[in-house]
Design a protein around this ligand. Structure first.
Ligand SMILES: Cc1cc2nc3c(=O)[nH]c(=O)nc-3n(C[C@H](O)[C@H](O)[C@H](O)COP(=O)(O)OP(=O)(O)OC[C@H]3O[C@@H](n4cnc5c(N)ncnc54)[C@H](O)[C@@H]3O)c2cc1C
Length: 475
């Protein structure tokens, strides 16, 4: 029976959910397995908490990450713990929700079970897949070690390491030799993440660190956004894209549109046949869905997102729901974007459909309630395409105030909200940022070439624990 047949699902007619034990066949509560504790999975689990189901929430990490603020960890404005929350602690008092740190590596829809990396198998009556997306280097995975992307807390710490290290190495070089290579920071991709990273690098160099060095002038750092499309923030209305460009120029950020990146190497990027020297290159250009679609054997688009019907079910699987960045959902001919709001709404909707089944009620199709999009540019500017409770295009300080309020509101954990708010107030007035820690390796890809030094081929030039780390530099 598919989601479009009758709209009513659950155990076969006249039967209860049941299990066999020493007392024979006894009734039991349906088991919902949720894979992924990001925005979608977390909402689904919260909605099913204290309901007549047993929930197993599986994530390969032990924490939920508030990805929209990752760039602030990468730029040392916030600590990882401010924007991430242990999943177990979120469900401490929700007795019907069990949390398991493990990775799903296979799905058997016939046996109705998921296989875990630990080799365990977990049965389900309903399965919610919400494993999100990751970076895509468009077939150039070799670029990853030289241009890390931002998706996890580990990525943010690695980016923080590289950016802060670039200033430290420049100071050392200037102290020893009187000059240093240009501090060019190249951000590939002018979507919201690229724009936010670029604005924040400009802030940290122009404002927060300007008094901290004796031999270099951090404000001379040059941030370049390289965008392949004719404009940055291509998914936003044109006037907001223009505003964002103006705001970035105001912060000293150079925006190169229509620039196709053809190579990324340690110390430089090639775009439109031109070499751009770079002490730190960051990747904010593309995403692809997590590989769960392949495991499910469902129909997918070329980015690996799973096509689902209006009930969020892949074809032929009314007991499987796909939510968030992993889902390819179309409404009124428009693809619903892979951002936090739809992910949260899909998670809630999947939970509601399961509860409707259990109550013998028909399922309702998913409808995305679009409240709009926003992106920050530096410490007190943003652009916002507001769609609710009114329609407006906002920019500058008012948009930034709206951004700030919304991000504080949606952060998980009361402690995090208070701490983040206090950090921001402190940063705003004291012009000082938080945890500027360099952890791990003290090597920067390409630095040796930029200063004209021979690098030692046996040297471990990246922290082996860093994402994309390699043991020896390429020849
Ligand atoms: C840097 C950055 C900034 C962003 N800024 C914004 C913003 O300002 N506004 C906005 O609306 N959106 C923003 N987004 C997008 C938004 O964060 C995503 O759309 C949203 O997180 C998607 O939610 P999700 O639940 O589908 O996946 P995610 O939140 O990515 O969660 C997926 C979860 O699944 C887990 N997982 C993955 N594979 C497995 C597996 N095999 N087994 C077990 N667990 C697994 C992961 O560990 C993760 O916890 C941003 C994204 C990034 C990366």
């Amino acid at each position: 029976m598919s989601g479009e047949d009758s709209g009513i699902h659950g155990p076969p007619k006249g039967e209860e959910w049941s299990m066999e034990n020493e007392h024979g066949i006894v009734p039991r509560r349906p088991r919902v397995v949720i894979v992924g504790s990001g925005f979608a999975g977390l909402q689904a689990a919260l909605h099913l908490a204290d309901r007549p189901v047993d929930v197993l929430l599986i994530d390969r990490r032990n924490h939920h990450t508030f990805q929209p603020l990752l760039y602030q960890v990468a730029l040392a404005a916030l600590s990882p713990g401010d924007i991430a929350q242990p999943i177990r602690s979120i469900f401490r008092n929700r007795r019907n929700v069990e949390v398991l740190m493990d990775e799903v590596v296979g799905i058997d829809t016939t046996a109705k079970s998921v296989h875990l990396r630990s080799s365990a198998t977990m049965p389900y009556d309903y399965l919610i897949l919400a494993t999100g997306s990751t970076h895509s280097y468009f077939g150039h995975d070799a670029w990853e070690p030289y241009a890390p992307g931002l998706k996890t807390v580990e990525d943010a710490i690695e980016i923080r390491r590289r950016i802060l290290l670039a200033f430290e190495l420049a100071e050392r070089q200037a102290l020893e030799h009187g000059s240093h290579p240009p501090l060019n920071f190249v951000v590939i991709g002018g979507g919201p993440t690229g724009v936010e990273l670029a604005g924040a690098i400009s802030d940290i160099s122009r404002l927060y660190m300007r008094e901290d060095f004796r031999h270099i002038d951090p404000s001379k750092a040059h941030v370049i956004v390289v965008e392949g499309a004719p404009r940055i923030l291509a998914s936003y209305p044109e006037d907001l894209s223009r505003k964002a460009t103006e705001e970035l120029h105001h912060l000293g950020v150079e925006v190169r549109n229509n620039a196709q990146v053809t190579d990324v190497q340690p110390g430089y990027v090639m775009a439109n046949g031109q070499k751009i020297e770079s002490v730190v290159t960051l990747w904010a250009a593309g995403v692809q869905a997590s590989p769960l679609g392949k495991m499910l054997g469902a129909e997918m688009d070329k980015k690996g997102t799973i096509f689902v019907d209006p009930y969020l079910n892949p074809a032929g699987h009314p007991d499987v729901f796909v939510c968030g960045d992993l889902a390819n959902v179309t409404e009124n001919g428009h693809r619903i974007p892979g951002v936090a709001q739809p992910a949260m709404q899909m998670g809630t909707h999947a939970a509601k459909e399961i509860l409707a089944d259990l109550g013998g009620k028909p399922r309702a199709p998913f409808h995305y309630f679009d409240k709009g999009d926003m992106a920050t540019i530096g410490r007190h500017s943003a652009v916002a395409d507001v769609k609710w409770p009114f329609h407006a295009h906002m920019s500058g300080l008012p948009a930034w105030m709206a951004w700030l309020t919304i991000h504080i509101y949606f952060l998980i954990g009361f402690r995090n909200r208070i701490i983040v708010l206090l950090h921001w107030i402190w940063m705003y007035f004291a012009l000082s940022v938080g945890p500027r820690l360099i952890t791990g390796s003290q090597k920067l890809p390409g630095w040796a070439k930029l200063i004209g030094a021979e690098s030692n081929p046996d040297e471990k030039w990246l922290d082996p624990n860093s994402p994309g780390a390699v043991e020896t530099p390429p020849s």
